[in-house]
Each structure stands twice: as structure tokens, then as C-alpha cells.
Design a protein around this ligand. Sequence first.
Ligand SMILES: Nc1ncnc2c1ncn2[C@@H]1O[C@H](COP(=O)(O)OP(=O)(O)OP(=O)(O)O)[C@@H](O)[C@H]1O
Length: 476
Amino acid sequence: MPTTAARILVVDDDPHILGMLEGYLKEEGYEPVTANSAQAAAAIVRRDHPDLVILDMRLSDGTGLDLLKSQLLPELGPYRVIMLSGFVSQKDAEEAVQAGAFDYITKPVTLPKLGITIRNCLRLQELTHEVATLSGDGVKPFALSAIVGMSPAILEMIEHIKRVSSYDVPVLILGESGTGKELVARVLHGLSTRRHAPFLPLDCGAIPQDLVESELFGHEAGAFTGATQARSGRIERADGGTLLLDEVGNLPLAVQAKFLRVLQFKEFDRLGGRHTVQADVRILAATNANLDEMVEQGTFRRDLYFRLNTVTIRVPPLRERTEDIPLLAHVFLMEANRTYKTRVQGIATDALRLLEQHRWPGNVRELENSIRAAVILADRIIRPPHLPAAVRGRAQAGEPSSDSGERLTGRGRRPIGDLSLAEIGRYAAEEAQRAAVMQVLEDTGWNKAETARRLRIDYKALYLKLQRWGLRAPKL
Ligand SMILES: Nc1ncnc2c1ncn2[C@@H]1O[C@H](COP(=O)(O)OP(=O)(O)OP(=O)(O)O)[C@@H](O)[C@H]1O
């Protein structure tokens, strides 16, 4: 099934080819637009932002490669252009793909092949969109690909998640505030056999302590003043699914004892209830607190702690994976553009440097909020003045940041601030690819041959990509 109503711009100075492709695209259910020169194409792209561009290498007023680099990539981002090339321009077409075009087709154009390439390109866009739309609706199970990041620390965490995903055991997720603990919990749910049942989070730190108990276990009518009607609690409502106890360290001691029974015997009583209720719920817990210390101090039950921490996943703070910052920033930029219907195209190098140097005490959430705010303030490009004062802080006052020198150069990496926008674009495109591949691997249960077939890439190419990204099938 072709994706209907995708807007496709065809750019060619040969009226015969324009007419043929326009007719074909209409028949396939797309919405074609045509341009016979580079100038006309650039104007249409700026005005209409088509979903895809089919671009001839040779135009009356320039080359397709120049148009791609100067207008289309900055305006549309990578992977939105399919090049048409003759035999002599094949080398340029290859260069175009390296620069960020999706693919090229050699003339004379075979329509079925073009059709397949169009569908693949649009599918990749859909997947990239899914990856970037990270703020789920509260019940949507997330795929592993929702976790954006290519740093060794994140890849290691993803490996860990995959390893534990097939076991129906409690998992304790540790990490600072805003690092992505809830996201990890959603992904664990999304990968489990419980994914079609509810995922319910309860932030034990956000609701008054005397309400935590009734929120979790529910109550019968008359159980306490104000309880006029019986109400089920989250454990009951999550039956068959997953319950996340966020900030589990805030669970009052009395509730901890009751909760232990849920973990041990999968049963509990509603407040004021006389019948035991059975609940088949997987418990995930997250915390920023030092539970070891709390156990020593007697504010957290040792037996509950041992039951919860059979398996732990540590979510690294953002300052330990600064190499993910440009990528996350670009994903949040795309997401904000969609939410606010803005067209901010990128982040200037000096602004990226500031993002890299900031310590991010609020971690990924702080970065997400900073980019959202900057998108509202910026015109076309996010520049230092658009960033929150805390992010501009020390660097703008002329002080070196405490660890940036070591951090940026110590591991022999190029400082991110020296990367061009195109290089960052390629990095983001690589991430989009990784996410797309991972999505299909998950869909096919890590069947690599089937994955390669669905993605229409060579098995060897898939194998090499997986090696490069350090991805392996989860152990069952
Ligand atoms: N690796 C990541 N890729 C993409 N988005 C992320 C990533 N990590 C976190 N986020 C996003 O950052 C925001 C904060 O994440 P989340 O709520 O999961 O953090 P948390 O550790 O549970 O926070 P808290 O401790 O305050 O409860 C969310 O919008 C989440 O989607």
C-alpha cells in the first residue's frame, strides 16, 4: 500500500520525464508537484516543505548536487531526496547519497523500482517520526528505539534492557532526576509479554503520603472520611500489566509492608475491604535516592529492597554521555517544530558548544525543556541568546567550565563544537537509521534475514551496521 497523500516534488528539466513521473505518482495515490529548474524547486521547497523530492542530477540552471547541498538538505534535513542520475553523473549521485540524499536511481527510470524506493524513504520518515515523538500518551508501550543515544553508556544500557526484557521479574531503575527512568520502564513494559495490558506509573513522591495507600490498593465505600464510593487502586487497574513505582523511596513504611505482600503472594486487600484481591502485576521501581542508606537508617524495609533490586538498571546522567547531546537536541528540535508548528532548522555551532559544556543537573528533561524554549525564541537557527541563562552561564561569563577541556579533548574526540551542521545532521541520520533498524528487529523477533528483507538492504550491510552499533540479539 502506498502512503497516500505524501507530497512529492519532482525536479527535472525534461518535460517528458516530468509528465511521466507526475502521472505515475498520481496513480500511486501521491500528491505530486513539479519544477523544471533549480530555482523553481528551491522556492517550492521553502514554501511547501514536501515530504520527498525526486531530483535530477542535471538541471538547466545548475546541478542537482548543488541544489541538494545548498537548499534541500538545510531546509528538509537528510533522507528526503531521491536522485535521478544518468550514467555519467553516477559518481555525483553517490556523493549526493553520502551528503544525505536517501538513494539514487539510474536512468532510464524503472517505475516499480522508483515506487519501492519512494515507499522505503517514506517508511523511514515515519519511523524517524515515531522515534522523535517520545512523549507517549501514558499507555502506549514504547519500543527500544524510543531511547535516543549512541554513546557507549547508552548502548550498554540498551543491551542490559534487552537482556532482562524476557524475564518477568521486578526491576529497580536507578538514576538522577530527568535521566529517563520512566522511559526505560515503559520500554521494559513494551518489550514484555505484558505489553498489551496497562502500564501505570505512580509517583510516590508527588502525592500526599496518606493518599498513597488508597491510590495503590483502592478502597471500599466508607473506608475513610470522604470515601463515598468504592474505588479500585492502581495495582488492580494494572492487572496483567506493569506498575511503575516512581520515587519508591518515598513509599511510607506502613505501605511498604503491605506492598511486600503483593510482591510475594500477588495479593492484597483494598482499604476497608474484607476480601483478598488477586493481582498479576509486574513491579518496576525507580529512584534517585540511595536506598542502601535508607535501609541502614531504617526508613526503607530491607526485605522489600531485596525483592525489588534482584535486577537493577542504572540510567547514566547526561554529563556522562555528552556525545549524545547533539543528537538528543536535534530530536527535541524536530519534536518541538512539530508541536509548535515552527520551522527552526538547526543549532549553531556556538550554541551546541554551550549545550555540550553545561552540567545538566536536570539531565535529559532539562535539555528537552531548554530546546523547547529556544525553538520558541529562535527564528531559523538556535543561537546562544535563545538558550536559558543557566546554560549560557559560566561559558558566557568567560569562565572555563570545570571539566569541559578534559571532557571534550581527553578521550581524543573532536570537540562537538567543531562539527559542522551537516556532520551533526549525518550523526542524527545515523541515529535515525539505528532506530529504524532496531524497530524492525524488534518487530521480527531479531530475525536478521527477515529484517534485511523488510528494509530491503543487503544482509551483510545489516550485519556490519549491527556490529558498528554494538547491537546483539537479546539472550533468551
Ligand atoms: N535517551 C532518551 N532519549 C529520548 N528521550 C529521553 C531519553 N531520556 C529521557 N528522555 C526524555 O526526557 C524526559 C524525562 O525522562 P523521564 O521522565 O523518563 O525521566 P525520569 O528519570 O523518570 O525523571 P524523574 O526522576 O524526574 O521521574 C522525558 O520526556 C523523556 O522522554
